[in-house]
Write a protein that binds this ligand. Structure first.
Ligand SMILES: Cc1ncc(COP(=O)(O)O)c(C=O)c1O
Length: 428
């Protein structure tokens, strides 16, 4: 698949005329994306229509407030855009209410917490070192500064959540809020069970489905929406829309959620991005999107199997979703995640270093890498390509300093990428 972008050539010609320095960087980044294999699990390739909408004149419009209740005039068109985006998001997830204004996933989380609990309240959330996210209570994030976080983690033997242990912890901690969702957890989350634990502990229940929103929309992961008070997401990961956040919730919470987003933590919404979100939600409502999510999961399973056949240990033994965590310690190649990230980068394969549960390394070195298949699946890679990719990754990681290996693999990577262009006519 490729995203055709008929008008972009002229748009970029204008950038070129106005600012050649930035234009050449835009071109270089486009080429980097076209010519490299993108395995960062939180990235994807939005459609050309989504990208066009972000480059529209809606960026000029101030629209503080909500449709029909704005603090500025001239909002009749952006009101419709926001209403359409909200309606499509509700349909996509079968949700009672929606807010499409959060500018990022972190801001969606911040707004959800502001809506659900008072400052200083106790929150039980997934450990950042076991796959959680920094907006789930990192001491330097606003979440960790304004709330009392206690964290749960995976079990040392299974590297999976143990719901009985989590229930015991919740009953002991008695949090005001139980938070679920992760950035680097390769297993299915049992939202029904988590909701029952929250209820029993007297906690509100919030799910951050940033990573799996597309899988949920495409029927490849159970939905948290029937079970959680509030569900946050990013729109740019598996959901394949513009960079941003969104919230769906029970109708009892929408007043608090709306007021937490604006005026709680944001000013004017990014209306050009909301238009792009509306387009992405319409795309996600198509049957082809569910089929794409099924291919993403199949590709992840195939890549995981390929890496295991090359002798790699995967955290928790594999994956149920779009990502996997690879443990690089002996008997693997015995290099750090940082070294692996750099070596694969030289061969035009992009991954990120990642802590593995109970990692003795620092986050900047890490013992593992995180690999995801959403972006390569969008550009049309299939299961047969996963076998090839596993062999290339293995070749590079077994000889991370070998420039010839990097160059040979890099050449093969570019040849495969050339057969799967993403935005072929962007700079045509
Ligand atoms: C689980 C989770 N929540 C929230 C976020 C934050 O999203 P953003 O980068 O848009 O703030 C991420 C980003 O990686 C994430 O993985």
């Amino acid at each position: 698949m490729s995203h055709s972008a008929a008008t972009s050539a002229s748009l970029y010609a204008r950038v070129q005329g106005a600012d050649p320095e930035i234009a050449s960087l835009l071109h270089a980044e486009w080429r980097r994306q076209e010519e490299g294999i993108e395995l960062i699990a939180s990235e994807n390739q939005a459609s050309a229509a989504v990208i066009e909408a972000m480059g529209s004149t809606l960026t000029n419009k101030y629209a503080e407030g909500y449709p029909g209740r704005r603090y500025y005039g001239g909002c009749e068109h952006v009101d419709r855009v926001e209403e359409i985006a909200r309606d499509r998001l509700k349909t996509l997830f079968g949700a009672e209410s929606a807010n499409v204004q959060p500018s990022s996933g972190s801001q969606a989380n911040q707004a959800a917490m502001l809506a659900l609990i008072p400052p200083g309240a106790t929150v039980l959330a997934m450990d950042l070192n076991h796959g959680g996210h920094l907006s789930h209570g990192h001491p330097k994030n606003a979440s960790g500064i304004y709330y009392q976080f206690v964290h749960y983690g995976v079990q040392p033997d299974t590297e999976r959540l143990d719901y009985d242990a989590l229930r015991d912890q919740a009953l002991e901690v008695k949090p005001a809020l139980l938070m679920a969702g992760a950035s680097a957890y390769s297993r299915t989350l049992d939202f029904e069970r988590l909701a029952a634990i929250a209820r029993e502990a007297g906690a509100k229940f919030m799910v951050d489905m940033a990573h799996i929103a597309g899988l949920v929309a495409g029927g490849q992961h159970p939905s948290p929406v029937p079970h959680a008070d509030v569900v946050t997401m990013t729109t740019h990961k598996t959901l394949r829309g513009p960079r941003g956040g969104a919230i769906v919730c029970k109708k009892d919470w929408i007043k608090q959620v709306n007021s937490a987003v604006f005026p709680g933590i944001q000013g004017g919404p990014l209306m050009h991005v909301i238009a792009a979100k509306a387009i992405a939600f319409a795309e996600a409502l198509q049957p082809s999107f569910a089929e794409y999510q099924a291919r993403t999961v199949r590709n992840a399973a195939a890549l995981a199997g390929g890496l295991q056949r090359h002798g790699y240990r995967l955290v928790s033994g594999g994956t149920d979703n779009h990502l996997m965590l690879v443990d690089l310690r002996a008997p693997g190649p015995g290099i750090t995640g940082a070294e692996a990230e750099a070596a694969l980068g030289r061969a035009h394969i992009t991954v990120n270093k990642n802590l593995i549960p109970f990692d003795p390394e620092t986050p900047m070195r890490a013992s593992g890498i995180r690999i995801g298949t959403p972006a390569i699946t969008t550009r049309g890679f299939g299961e047969a390509d996963m076998e090839t990719l596993a062999a290339w990754i293995d070749r590079v990681l077994r000889a991370p300093e070998d420039a010839d290996v990097a160059s040979e693999v890099g050449k093969a990577v570019r040849a495969l990428c050339a057969r799967h262009p993403i935005y072929p006519d962007y700079f045509a």
